[in-house]
Design a protein. Structure first.
Length: 201
């Protein structure tokens, strides 16, 4: 499991002792299973079945575990530890967005192709990338899911002659952090032939 900024370290459990009953419940937080390096064993109410560590100082790229220790009336105890929880506080890295061409004559039912040089997230991984087309002032339409493909083909576009268009790429990692990149150069729409040709002799 991964946590991002604002994420909370949580645990839930069930405990039962039908003979002498539960006399004490404690928890601690560590960076290894059954460890208490971050927060030492702390007593909580015996009927507690879940908790959130509100005062845990979580650090980027660190791994955490919550351990619960339940003791019965005879002084015997049982330990239970959560699965590992890893922390990712940084968004994905996204390379350049390179258009396949810098000029097109198409204005109706057009396709703009671009390539992303790379995207990666060394911690939680890249979940997906999406794209949209932007003119000089606005994004045209919604972002379209492009999965984990590095080639983008925006199809069915209606373009305006004389306008310049960028491809905008937005990549999200598995804790919801996003990085956005716009193509390095725009694509110019030119649908008119030259208006003047010098005299050929």
């Amino acid at each position: 499991m991964w946590l991002g900024p604002g994420g909370e370290l949580k645990a839930s459990w069930k405990s039962l002792d039908s003979e002498s009953g539960i006399s004490k419940t404690e928890f601690c937080v560590g960076t290894v299973s059954n460890g208490c390096q971050v927060k030492s064993m702390t007593k909580i109410t015996n009927n507690e079945t879940e908790l959130t560590c509100n005062y845990c100082d979580l650090r980027h790229q660190e791994t955490y575990y919550i351990t619960i220790r339940v003791q019965n009336g005879a002084g015997l105890f049982t330990l239970a530890t959560t699965d590992e929880v890893k922390v990712d506080f940084t968004p994905p890295s996204v390379g350049k967005v390179l258009p396949a061409t810098d000029v097109t004559s198409c204005v109706t039912n057009c396709t703009l192709v671009s390539n992303v040089t790379f995207f990666q997230d060394e911690e939680s991984g890249v979940k997906l990338c999406s794209y949209a087309i932007r003119n000089s002032t606005n994004v045209i339409g919604d972002f379209v899911n492009n999965g984990l493909k590095t080639t983008i083909a925006a199809t069915g576009l209606s373009l305006v002659a004389g306008e310049r268009y960028h491809t905008v790429v937005r990549c999200e990692n598995n804790v919801g952090l996003v990085t956005e990149r716009s193509s390095t150069t725009p694509v110019l729409v030119d649908d008119t032939p030259p208006t003047k040709v010098s005299q050929i002799s």
